[in-house]
Design a protein around this ligand. Structure first.
Ligand SMILES: *Cc1c(COP(=O)(O)O)cnc(C)c1O
Length: 388
């Protein structure tokens, strides 16, 4: 490393002049929130995915929360998700008073293991403890086996929320992630390290008009101005009714304008991520690491490029060495069930060994559209030096 080497983050937004102009335009307009930019952004999401409805909200955690509520999650219901995810994938169920459990991952895909899921469902059915909802997570952007999940959902009668925070712009088979072909709701995140950004933001997509109407109400206090949803006749043009206990999970028009402008470059962003990932695959061939699998029937959103070290014991020194060389590697994810809060709920290290083994070896390399090839070479040569 030379002292002039600049810091390379693991993820970074890509903001164009057009994005800036779109935000400035909103600032000069009459609406900073609840204006026309929200619908424009929601339309870009529907157009990109084929979902019939999109509900833009303040962040993906909020989207997961209202998706859970719209599907009836509450005390006495059970939600299962992947331990290899951000804590929000499980917390959303606890917000509703539900109980949470996890399904271990497939070490090849790093997504929920279909065989572990099948087996766990079989046992749960025998005990009368089937889940009400499964939240599969498309880890790093690689789609889960949604056809298998959809078939199990039909067989055992649970509902499905895709946590697609990593997978905006990806495809499962021929279908864009968000089309909800095998799920009830799909959730996106627009945090700046994700694929497109609104600063903070999220969305819940669905093909169901009923779920969309529920989620739109929950976004804004459970209030409706739609006569058809009201219990009795209205008092006048000012009238609204609160019919659910909702929240203020609204996205501002400032954010939505940025999102709509960013969505125009979605294909370009994901294509650039694929270029960089394919180049990483080649550059890393000789190193004692395994590179992330990408199933050729699908198209990953490639939010992350996590490599796995052959020797887990070297991970800490390699991580520290990369950071000392001003390379912003990251480790994703600390298995949710090993967090102190979840241990207090009864989970323990050892419960989901594949997720724990993956955590012990993983190192996410910088991956974002603005990463240059020279920076990528610096990442790989620094890693090679540390593993030599
Ligand atoms: C980022 C992320 C979230 C939360 O997204 P926010 O928009 O920050 O609330 C949830 N799940 C996964 C898998 C994520 O990566």
């Amino acid at each position: 490393m030379s002292p002039t080497d600049s810091f390379i983050p693991y993820g970074r937004q890509d903001i164009s002049d057009a994005d800036i102009a779109a935000v400035v335009e909103v600032l000069k307009s009459d609406w900073l929130t609840q204006g026309p930019a929200i619908e424009r952004f929601e339309t870009t999401l529907m157009d990109a995915t084929g979902a019939a409805h999109a509900v833009a909200v303040s962040n993906a955690t909020a989207a997961l929360h209202i998706a859970c509520l719209a599907l009836g999650t509450g005390p006495g219901t059970r939600v299962w998700t992947s331990p290899n995810s951000f804590v929000a994938s499980a917390n959303c169920a606890l917000y509703c008073g539900a109980t949470v459990d996890f399904v271990d991952i497939d070490p090849a895909t790093l997504n929920v293991s279909i065989s572990a899921l099948t087996e766990k469902l079989h046992h749960a059915a025998a005990k009368g403890e089937l889940p009400d909802i499964l939240i599969p997570v498309h880890f790093a952007g690689e789609p889960c086996d949604m056809a298998a999940i959809g078939a199990l959902a039909n067989q055992y009668g649970f509902r499905v929320i895709e946590d697609a925070s990593h997978a905006v712009g990806g495809r499962y088979g021929a279908h864009p992630i968000g089309a909800c072909q095998h799920s009830d709701v799909t959730v996106f995140s627009f945090h700046p390290v994700k694929i497109v950004t609104t600063g903070e933001g999220g969305a819940a997509l669905t093909q169901s008009a009923d779920l969309a109407a529920k989620m739109a109400r929950l976004r804004t206090h459970g209030i409706t101005r739609n006569l058809a949803e009201m219990r009795e006749a209205d008092d006048g043009a000012w009238y609204y009714q609160q019919i659910d206990l909702g929240f203020n999970y609204r996205m501002t028009d400032i954010q939505a304008a940025l999102g709509a402008s960013q969505m125009a470059r979605l294909r370009e962003f994901v294509a650039r991520r694929h270029e960089l990932a394919n180049r990483y695959d080649r550059l890393l061939e000789a190193l004692p690491v395994s590179t992330p699998l990408r199933c050729d029937k699908n198209y990953s959103g490639l939010h992350l490029y996590p490599v796995r070290l052959d020797e887990a014991w070297r991970r800490r020194a390699v991580f520290d060495g990369m950071r000392a060389a001003r390379i912003g590697v990251n480790v994703l994810y600390i298995p949710i069930h090993t967090q102190p809060f979840y241990r207090d709920l009864g989970f323990a290290p050892g419960d989901f060994p594949a997720a724990e083994d993956y955590y012990a070896r993983s190192l996410a390399l910088p991956m974002f559209p603005g990463l240059t090839e020279a920076e990528q070479e610096r990442v790989v040569s620094t890693l090679a030096g540390l593993l030599a």
